[in-house]
Write a protein that binds this ligand. Structure first.
Ligand code: KG4
Length: 340
């Protein structure tokens, strides 16, 4: 008999549902929330309200596109955390009610583990190219920047992580300082393609070991910009491509320097990247360059699986289903948690 998992993701500002049958993706629906654009960042209260409006139609659409009825589902997998509490509660409560009504098991998923396991999402008729265990995964998103040793689907070890801001958060904040839109990542990415990455130099952190820090870069960017704008009020408008390219290069260099160190020390040359920032063109190119230069086997996710999505929650749920890792209805959401 087939195993059919409904995945639900609502940790931040995307309401998403996906259906996976026997490890193969049947549908994935994402409702993004444009309401935050006017505020230059996610407003938690508005996010949870939008999730409330979106969750039922998004799940309905995912089932419809998959050609699957509710009664055919084997289990419901959902993001338990980390994320915004008000947002998480919508998905968690929905999953509890849904599984109870259908009499099927619930599977809690760590959002970060989901990002890493996005590499195992398979689509119908597609050649699968999945990283072999163990591999190293650079997980870079709006809330996290971590280097993870992935020993198995359910065995991950964080080797290094940011001690302050995440890479995506730094990009978003610098974009905000420049008066560009939200989220800043895709905008900086687009502008950077036309700019000179050597035009400006920003400070890089000196953190021991495999950890990251991005708050100094953010401050250095802000202070430099303030000085430049004193001399030329239209400085950003005149230099936005070069600013974006230089910022992107600095962040990519910081990320890759530590990653190279980990690969050298562990001897593991199978290297993946995951999370929203893995959509970035400069970072993807740096991975390709490292593959050429250092003989890494690299794994770069499809664009659709970089930012928050329920397909990654459903595939993680599928693996947990094999191990009968179900959870009980009294299980709470958690806003902060790391990979175990
Ligand atoms: O994984 P994600 O959707 O949410 C979290 O779990 O945090 O990541 C969102 C982050 C945001 O900071 C966004 O600006 C960044 O990913 N991002 C990008 C790009 N697309 C999204 N950063 C750089 N380049 C991109 N193309």
């Amino acid at each position: 008999m087939s195993t059919i998992i409904l995945g639900i993701e609502s940790s931040c500002d995307d309401t998403s549902a996906a259906v996976i049958r026997d490890g193969v993706l049947l549908s994935s629906v994402i409702a993004s929330q444009a309401v935050h654009e006017a505020y230059g960042g996610v407003v938690p209260e508005l996010a949870s309200r939008a999730h409330q409006q979106n969750i039922v139609p998004v799940v309905h659409e995912a089932l419809k596109r998959a050609g699957v009825t509710k009664e055919e589902l084997s289990a419901v997998a959902f993001t338990r955390g980390p994320g915004l509490m008000g947002s998480l509660l919508v998905g968690v409560s929905f999953a509890k009610g849904f599984s109870r009504a259908l009499g099927i098991p619930m599977i809690e998923v760590n959002h970060l583990q989901g990002h890493v396991l996005a590499h195992f999402i398979r689509e119908e008729g597609e050649e699968s190219c999945q990283p072999p265990f163990p591999f190293i995964c650079l997980l870079v998103s709006g809330g996290n920047s971590q280097i993870i040793r992935v020993n198995a689907y359910n065995d991950m070890e964080v080797l290094g992580q940011t001690i302050d801001d995440a890479a995506g958060e730094a990009i978003d904040k610098c974009s905000k300082v420049m008066g560009l839109g939200y989220p800043g990542g895709p905008i900086i990415d687009r502008l950077a393609r036309q700019g000179n990455p050597e035009a400006f130099a920003f400070s890089k952190p000196h953190i021991p070991g495999y950890n990251y820090s991005f708050s100094g870069l953010k401050t250095s960017f802000l202070y430099s910009l303030r000085e430049w704008v004193k001399d030329d009020p239209d400085f950003v408008e005149h230099h936005k491509e070069d600013l974006a390219a230089s910022l992107e290069k600095t962040i990519v260099d910081i990320l890759m320097d530590k990653l190279r160190k980990v690969v050298k020390d562990t001897g593991i040359k199978d290297v993946a990247v995951a999370g929203g920032v893995s959509a970035n063109n400069g970072l993807r190119n740096a991975f390709r360059e490292h593959a050429r230069r250092y003989g890494w086997n690299i794994f770069i996710p499809k664009f659709g699986y970089t930012t928050d999505n329920a397909a990654m929650i459903a595939i993680t749920g599928y693996f947990k289903y094999q191990d009968k890792e179900f959870c009980s209805i009294d299980m709470p959401a958690y806003s902060r948690v790391t990979i175990k």
